[in-house]
Design a protein around this ligand. Structure first.
Ligand code: PMV
Length: 325
């Protein structure tokens, strides 16, 4: 009834923004991501018959609100396993939490992996990705290493077709990523709230949904053919469209700060100089710069010199969530 698992954050290259069912946490669009190495969530789960309720400790601090979200997530697994037992969960991140670095994706992927092992459910990776997606819409992708796709699915009342799959192994195309940290505080508007605001009020929401299949296809082809320039083009397009959608919401969502914009300009200037780089930004002010193999350290050095960049982290592509024995 005990297990430990590690998962890495993933960074979307074709973004997920918008839900079509809150109850099942179903995405309005499919998405494509890369899973990182180095940054990690390490989670231990212990189902203990002596506990009256679930206990959730994140980075050494017990969280009531997040604990309730985790408890509801555990209920999905308890129902499958036919057990009532409560659990003690200790989780830690080696990177800022809730600041646009996909901590919830890594968190729910690690939790799904650990709970599956602790309850001896032996679900396959795709089924686990469906479970993880219920906790956080982007978490299913962290079950897979390298390049992964989250499928949109077709049904509104079931989610068995809304899982993830691998597009390409990390070793096949070992891209590098520099994360430029421009702020470590928790973001003010979480992605769930942001997405629902965009769906309700952004005039661009319908166009965003309609164009997603084309962006996904472009990215799949670029990944299959290892075409860095094409991947760069569609990833920056998807990122800026998502933020355009967010900025066009009421009230507007502006996740960027000054350093975010300076990093974006710096990456565009690097590319004009022939560097193999592109940027992406999620629901927070950090900038993730994807580099062709071998470019990471010089890109990190350039970004570290930008005012407001407090830290840079270099990552490679990593593996999907795994159990530690
Ligand atoms: O998994 P969530 O609900 O935190 O949503 C993630 C949304 C983005 O990170 C902005 C985009 C994505 O596809 O990961």
């Amino acid at each position: 009834m005990k297990a430990r698992a590690i998962a890495h954050p993933n960074i979307a290259l074709v973004k997920y923004w918008g839900k079509r069912s809150d109850a099942l946490n179903l995405p309005a669009v499919g998405s494509i991501s890369i899973t990182l190495d180095t940054l990690a969530t390490d989670t231990r789960v212990h189902f203990d018959p002596g506990l009256e309720g679930d206990e959730f400790v994140l980075n050494g601090v017990s969280h009531a609100e997040q604990g309730r979200r985790v408890s509801r997530f555990l209920d999905l697994f308890r129902a499958r396993a036919g057990v009532e037992c409560r659990a003690r969960i200790r989780s830690s991140n080696n990177f800022p939490t809730g600041a646009g670095l996909a901590s919830s994706a890594a968190g729910f992927a690690a939790l799904a992996r650990a709970v599956d092992a602790a309850l001896n459910l032996n679900m396959d990776r795709e089924t686990l990705s469906i479970m993880a997606r219920r906790g956080s819409g982007s978490a299913g992708r962290s079950l897979f290493g390298g390049f992964a796709e989250q499928r949109r699915g077709q049904f509104d009342d079931r989610d068995d077709d809304a899982g993830c799959h691998s597009l390409r192994a990390a070793e096949d195309w070992p891209l590098e990523v520099v994360v430029a940290i421009t702020e470590t505080a928790q973001k003010k508007t979480g992605s769930t709230q942001g997405m629902s605001r965009s769906a309700d009020s952004s005039p661009y929401f319908g166009a965003w949904i309609n164009a997603q299949p084309d962006d996904l296809e472009l990215a799949r082809t670029a990944i299959a053919t290892q075409d860095f320039d094409r991947l760069a083009e569609v990833a920056e397009f998807s990122c800026l469209k998502m933020h355009g959608l967010a900025m066009g919401s009421r009230p507007p969502l502006l996740y960027w700060n000054v350093a975010t914009v300076d990093c974006i300009h710096a990456v565009r200037a690097m590319r004009d100089d022939g560097w193999k780089v592109f940027f992406t930004v999620d629901a927070g002010p950090q900038v993730k710069v994807i580099c062709a193999p071998g470019w990471c350290s010089r890109v990190a050095e350039r970004l570290a010199g930008i005012a407001g960049v407090t830290d840079t982290r270099c990552c490679g592509l990593g593996r999907g969530a795994y159990v530690v024995v």
